[in-house]
Write a protein that binds this ligand. Structure first.
Ligand code: FAD
Length: 328
């Protein structure tokens, strides 16, 4: 049975979310009155070699960490500290970062993973199977990196991760830079996601909204098969409550329960037209897309491996240009 899981998990993620919401940026003006509570600053470069600062009680900034414990060039093994079941097919996997360090992953970026045991996860040609994942823990979270992974019964990497036990390790490389998000570059941002493809969009929107100078309006169109499949719903509801003029979310279900009042079926042209700012906003509108390959193709055209691929699907038919769309 689906439940939004145990109170322990809820508390854990609420704490993570609060940490993210408290985040400040090196480009912002520091608060005039230093508080007794440490206030964290982070300025992470695309290569992940950021610095992690906090203001101490006298308002003086102190650098505590120069470098991410992750390596963008080489896989490193990280210990799985905790597994927190999320729903019928998804769990949170909390990896331990050494010396209580933070990952300092820049937004937007992801990591890639493979098995620590070269024999455990290979393709037909004997090559290691490698897949991208986007942590749901904020970059400055100390000592932990959390992945929210949905299990596909016929999947390779997701099945391997779900078979790991606490104490096992996973080989991780990163950050892999994605879109270099800049505060207030756009007036309107649409996030179109499906299933576990939500994590890159979650990373981007939590980062953007927690910037106190943010002026961009974000609209998330999030499609799932059933209500039980909606990931991070309580986090999105909390964001909506906290930033009512800057964030909105519309859930779309393929198999809605009785009494469901939201949209149903796939994400259509009409739904996009209804909720997404028009292409006539030119460089002031951006649409980020992440979801199952079929959905990405229908909404924005197929990706070409790691490359963006031609723009297609509903967004192209509605007149959006390649510059206005980014596929994760
Ligand atoms: C930037 C980025 C970030 C990602 N972050 C996450 C994350 O945080 N959590 C997470 O669970 N996944 C995430 N994914 C998806 C992840 O990389 C894998 O594609 C997914 O776990 C399936 O891999 P697999 O090896 O188990 O399945 P595969 O062996 O590759 O495929 C098995 C079956 O699953 C289907 N399939 C493959 N990928 C998907 C998909 N994304 N949706 C639906 N069906 C699919 C295939 O068509 C096939 O039928 C992300 C993907 C990208 C591009």
């Amino acid at each position: 049975m689906f439940s939004f899981a145990s109170s322990t998990r809820q508390l854990g993620r609420t704490q993570l979310f609060r940490t993210a919401a408290r985040r400040c940026y090196a480009t912002e003006t520091a608060p005039k009155k230093p508080s007794n509570a440490p206030l964290y600053f982070m300025g992470a470069g695309v290569a992940g070699l950021g610095a992690y600062y906090y203001l101490n009680a006298t308002g003086k900034s102190v650098i505590t960490q120069e470098k991410s414990p992750l390596d963008p060039e080489n896989f490193k093994d990280f210990k799985l500290k905790k597994i927190i079941p999320y729903n019928h097919n998804t769990s949170e996997f909390v990896f331990e970062l050494p010396n209580n360090e933070a990952s300092l992953l820049p937004v937007a970026s992801c990591i890639v993973v493979k098995s620590s045991d070269p024999e455990a996860l290979k393709d037909d040609k004997g090559k290691p199977i490698i897949r991208p994942y986007t942590p749901i823990s904020p970059p400055e979270q100390q000592g932990e990196l959390t992945l929210l992974v949905k299990k596909y019964d016929n999947g390779n990497a997701s099945k391997h991760i779900h078979e790991l036990k606490e104490g096992d390790t996973l080989s991780i490389k990163g950050p892999i830079p994605k879109f270099p998000y800049k505060a207030n570059e756009f007036d309107e941002v649409a996030l179109i996601g499906g299933g576990s493809g939500i994590t890159p969009l979650y990373q981007l929107v939590t980062h953007a909204l927690s910037n106190r100078s943010n002026r961009t309006k974000f609209t998330l169109l999030f499609s799932n098969v059933t209500e039980a499949d909606i990931l991070l719903k309580s986090e999105f509801e909390a964001l909506k409550k906290k930033y009512p003029t800057k964030f909105d979310v519309i859930y779309i279900l393929d198999k809605p329960p009785a009494g469901w009042t939201g949209p149903t079926g796939y994400i259509s042209k009409e739904l996009i037209q209804q909720h997404v700012a028009p292409p006539s906003l030119n460089e002031k509108v951006k649409v980020f897309v992440c979801g199952p390959p079929g959905q990405v193709a229908a909404v924005a055209g197929k990706k070409a491996g790691m490359k963006q691929g031609e723009l297609g699907g509903a967004l192209k038919e509605l007149g959006y240009t390649e510059d206005q769309v980014y596929k994760f």
